[in-house]
Design a protein around this ligand. Structure first.
Ligand code: NAP
Length: 264
């Protein structure tokens, strides 16, 4: 896979991707907004794993920044063999009364940037006859819980379509669909996790190890852990009315969380 470019490398799953890839002797390109965190990480990776770590600060809601990252993916100097589209966030607001600008930024980050970067990477990789694209989706893409579900459903369908198009080119596309994972995601999104069942939680280390193993095997849909494999299989066959009812339950929990947050 050569050099790997990871978006959202400053925290959570992206940070873990950077560590596991560097430990497997891949040079890395680290993308996120927080340049200080990325620079610290790059130094640690270089010292601990002896790889080359480039820092590419970018706000992936800003088209010019996305284009700079796309340019890095197109270049043949130290070519990127693996793109990990990982950056993302949880909005924790209802759509109707929520802030539309925040919604549009989330769409830019989790849909638009994934499309632009995949386009840049796939073009360059097909020309070289090898490479891999790994998009981070979510099990939430199978339910109906806010625009986040819609974005992650897009990531999943888009990746499958990309995999179909890339067949026999030497380039693969994989979407990893984790469930709740211990990262900074919920704290940053001010998402109350008190009611989340303990059994639902995954470790970033396991999610990333599964995703990278599946990329190496050319798996298209990667679902870390047996329990989420079972839950995803159930959600795929469940009547959509039941899936929407579950979305309604999540909506009620969000109501409570917003009330608690705004009242605090
Ligand atoms: P996290 O710990 O909050 O990390 C999010 C990363 O995204 C950070 O590195 C952040 O870096 C970066 N990021 C956020 N906004 C950005 C922007 N505008 N431009 C560039 N980078 C940006 O969250 P995580 O859990 O690791 O999330 C990673 C991915 O996993 C996301 O796509 C998320 O939807 C998905 N996921 C998470 C869970 C979960 O339970 N944690 C479950 C399923 C799927 P900066 O702040 O430095 O920019």
């Amino acid at each position: 896979m050569g050099t790997a470019l990871v978006t959202g490398a400053s925290a959570g799953l992206g940070l873990e991707f950077a560590w596991q890839l560097a430990t497997a002797r891949h040079d890395v390109v680290l993308v996120a907004r927080d340049e200080e965190r990325l620079t610290r990480l790059a130094r640690q990776l270089e010292a601990a794993a002896g790889v080359r770590a480039e820092v590419l600060p970018a706000d992936l809601t800003v088209p010019e920044d996305v284009e700079r990252v796309a340019e890095r993916l197109r270049t043949d100097e130290r070519p990127v063999g693996l793109l990990v589209n990982n950056a993302g966030l949880g909005l924790n607001q209802h759509f109707v009364e929520g802030d539309l600008d925040a919604e549009l930024r989330a769409l830019d980050l989790m849909v638009r940037s994934v499309m632009v970067l995949s386009h840049a990477a796939a073009g360059a990789m097909v020309a070289r006859g090898r490479g891999a694209i790994l998009n981070v989706g979510s099990v939430a893409g199978l339910i109906a819980s806010g625009t986040y579900s819609a974005h992650k459903a897009w990531v999943r369908t888009f990746t499958e379509a990309l995999a179909v198009e890339l067949k026999d080119t030497g380039v693969t596309a994989t979407v990893v669909c984790p469930g709740f994972t211990h990262t900074e995601f919920h704290e940053r999104g001010r998402i109350d996790t008190a009611h989340y069942p303990e059994i639902g939680w995954l470790q970033a280390e396991d999610v990333v190890a599964t995703a990278l193993a599946d990329v190496r095997r050319g798996v298209v849909i990667s679902t870390p852990s047996l329990r989420y494999k079972a839950a995803s299989a159930l959600l795929r066959v469940a009547p959509r009315s039941a899936v929407r009812a579950f979305g309604g339950y999540r909506r009620a929990l969000l109501d409570e969380a917003i009330e608690g947050r705004d009242g605090a």
